[in-house]
Each structure stands twice: as C-alpha cells, then as structure tokens.
Design a binder for this molecule. Structure first.
Ligand SMILES: Cc1cc2nc3c(=O)[nH]c(=O)nc-3n(C[C@H](O)[C@H](O)[C@H](O)COP(=O)(O)OP(=O)(O)OC[C@H]3O[C@@H](n4cnc5c(N)ncnc54)[C@H](O)[C@@H]3O)c2cc1C
Length: 361
C-alpha cells in the first residue's frame, strides 16, 4: 500500500490488487515505531491527524509477572489497521492508483513482462510486480516458496477492548508459550494481540479456555480479561504463522513487507520494516524507470542487496530475543538482569529497530 502511494504520487501507473475490501480489522499489535513518521508525512499521511496515540512508555513482563518499564528509545504510535490501511488506500487513489478487490491466483513472468491472473478470470500485464501479499498467501503456495515446506508453529489472536489503559503506554506480557501486546489506538479502544505456539494452544478447547488457563497466569493479562469489555463481537485469529527466512526477489517479483521476511511481532517492528521496504523498492523502481538503473537484473540485485543490508541483522535480533523469552526459567533470569541494569532494555529494543527514515520520495 505504501509503495502504491509513493509510486502513484510520483506519477507512475499503479494497479493495487487486494483481496479484501477496506476498511477491515486485521490481526496486528497496531503499534508502529516512530522511525516511519518522516516518510509517511512525505507521502501526505500524518497518523496523528487521524487520532493516533503517541506511545512513549514500555512495560515488559515475564509469565510470572515480573516486570520492568522503560521509555521507548524512539517511541511510536498506536493506530488500528482498520484506520491506517483504509486511509492509505484513499491516499493512493487520490494520487491516481487504481485499487481492485480481487484475489491474485497466479503471477507468470514471460518475455520480460508479468501476466497477473485473478479469481475474477481477469489477466493484467505489467512490466513490474511488487509482491506484498503478507506472511502467508495462496501465492506462496502457488510459487512453491521454500518457507511453505517448513513448520508454521504459531497462531495469533487479536481483539479490541474498552477499559482503563494509559494512552502513551505499550505493554508486552509473556505467558507460557507466547506473548501479548497491549496498546491503545485512535478511537480509544485497547488493542490486545497475542501470538502463541500452536502446541501450547492445542491443549485447550478454544480461545476462551486458553486465555482463562494460560494468559491469566500473568497478572497484567489477568487484569485485561477480568476488567476490560470486549469491543469486537469475537476475537480475530490467524494460524500457520512462520518466521522462516524468505527471499526479497523471487521469480522476478520484488517482494516487500512480510512477503520478503517477517520479524517476530515482539519487536513491534513489522510494519516499520514493510514501510521501509516499500520506500526502498519504490525508489529503486523510480531509478529503473528513469534509466539510472539500466536493467532488470541490476534492479533485482540492487534491491536484494539493500534489503539484506537493512533487515538481516534486525531479523536475527528479533529471532534471538523471542527465543530467549520463550525459555521459561531463563526468561525470569533475564528479567532479574534487566531489573538490575534497566539501562540495557532500550539497547535491546534498538537492536530490532532501524534508523529514522528520510522524508525522501
Ligand atoms: C500477532 C501479530 C502482531 C503484530 N504486531 C505488530 C505491531 O504491533 N507492530 C508492527 O509494526 N508489526 C506488527 N506485526 C507485523 C505486521 O502486521 C506485519 O509485518 C505487516 O502487516 C506487514 O505488512 P504487509 O503489507 O507485508 O502484509 P499485510 O499487512 O499482511 O498485507 C498483505 C495483504 O495482501 C493481501 N493478499 C494476500 N494474498 C493475496 C492475493 N492472492 N490476492 C490479493 N491480495 C492478497 C492480504 O489480504 C493483505 O491485505 C504483527 C504481526 C502479527 C502476526
């Protein structure tokens, strides 16, 4: 979506194909770190115009409810996917992008161009394709991407609640087999979103029973489920979430966001990475179209190099931190360390975040 806004603002012909209608709720922690702000503003989108919450305080807790709090090194904002995805789609249309609500069923590359097929029986021809179809799509299966063969051992649940939670705070609360993020969004709803190992979840009958028996063991989460009122009819859930490595370019498609690689949500940095990749891919495409990048091969190589340089170490740090916090007793020991040396926590957070993005189109 962000690259569609960027490229259409710069005058390119853009067709965005999205299978769902906007606005729509999505399983996501809905916390975006501030590094993206200069770029989003350059695209003509300021999340605070839509009521986004300015988030500066962070609390981390272990399954046994030991906690530590700190100021976030660069801070962030809380805005629902319902709002931001919809508002950005309006921006893209305003700049001339066409948005079609269809499901892409296949993408073929032949004679130096793409043929894109949809479930409506339509076929679109394009010189370039950005693949931004998220963490797991029918297209990954169709392309037989390597990560599809690997285990996808996580599921995630999200709902909005009404209750008492500070506007400027984000909580990350661990429980046996997972962790849960809590922060507010533009309409004062509290977003509660957790990810859990499927093997921990499957011992229980349903979401309610899992929350009752597992999440409530953490006192911060107990408070949520005991005192907050559910603002959705029922929680949303997704399964088969995988953090296996992917390639930033496959079958000549320039992959962007989760299609190129997914960071553990505990880093609160997935949307940041998707938005930064959108800026990088859009800038490289503009160079290709203006002749500064001379060939498709050069475009693909440049983008792959940039993507790896920008994100490889962030992904690794995210994986290591998530792994450490999944190690029961060990996570309690880490917490003791963090409580003794609280200055360490902002450094750990910085490891999973990038530099502030430039306001460059
Ligand atoms: C539990 C959880 C919590 C998270 N919390 C946070 C957080 O707090 N902060 C943060 O920064 N990140 C968070 N993330 C990560 C963040 O949600 C993703 O990194 C981000 O959404 C990636 O954006 P994207 O555009 O790549 O993919 P998506 O936002 O998933 O968009 C992909 C789109 O492609 C569409 N699509 C898929 N297949 C097709 C098809 N065949 N045809 C047409 N359309 C198709 C989908 O409908 C979807 O709208 C979280 C992730 C999870 C799982």
């Amino acid at each position: 979506m962000t690259s569609a806004v960027h490229l259409s603002k710069k005058g390119l012909t853009v067709l965005l194909i999205e299978k769902h209608e906007y606005p729509k709720h999505k399983v996501c922690g809905e916390y975006i770190s501030n590094e993206v702000l200069p770029y989003l503003k350059a695209l003509g989108f300021n999340p605070f115009d839509y009521g986004a919450k300015n988030i500066v305080d962070f609390t981390l807790s272990t399954p046994k409810s030991r906690s530590v709090s700190t100021k976030l090194p660069s801070g962030g904002f809380g805005i629902s996917r319902y709002c931001i995805d919809w508002e950005l789609s309006k921006k893209a249309k305003e700049y001339g992008a066409q948005i079609l609500h269809e499901t892409v069923t296949d993408i073929q590359f032949e004679n130096d161009q793409f043929e894109v097929f949809s479930n409506q029986g339509r076929q679109y021809t394009s010189e370039l394709v950005i693949g931004s179809f998220g963490k797991r799509s029918n297209l990954d299966v169709k392309m037989n991407r390597a990560f599809i063969q690997k285990p996808s051992p996580f599921l995630a649940v999200k709902a909005h609640y009404i209750g008492d939670f500070p506007d400027e705070a984000v909580g990350l609360h661990n429980f046996e087999g997972g962790y849960c993020g809590i922060s507010k969004v533009e309409n004062n709803h509290i977003n509660v979103c957790y990810i859990a190992e499927f093997k921990a979840f499957k011992q229980y009958k349903n979401i309610e029973e899992f929350q009752q028996n597992v999440l409530r063991q953490n006192k911060y989460l107990k408070e949520v489920f005991d005192t907050y009122e559910l603002a959705f009819e029922k929680p949303l859930s997704i399964s088969q979430v995988s953090f296996s490595a992917k390639q930033p370019v496959e079958n000549h498609i320039l992959m962007c966001g989760d299609s190129a690689g997914m960071i553990h949500p505990l880093a609160g940095n997935g949307m940041n990475m998707a938005i930064r990749a959108a800026q990088m891919v859009a800038q490289q495409i503009l160079k290709f179209k203006s002749g500064q990048i001379k060939s498709r091969t050069e475009l693909e190589n440049q983008y792959t190099k940039m993507w790896n340089k920008e994100f490889s170490s962030r992904l690794k740090s995210g994986h290591i931190i998530a792994r450490l916090f999944s190690l029961g007793l060990f996570s309690e020991l880490i917490m003791l360390l963090l409580k003794t040396f609280p200055i360490v926590l902002p450094h750990i957070i910085t490891k999973t975040h990038g530099k502030p993005m430039k306001a460059e189109l």
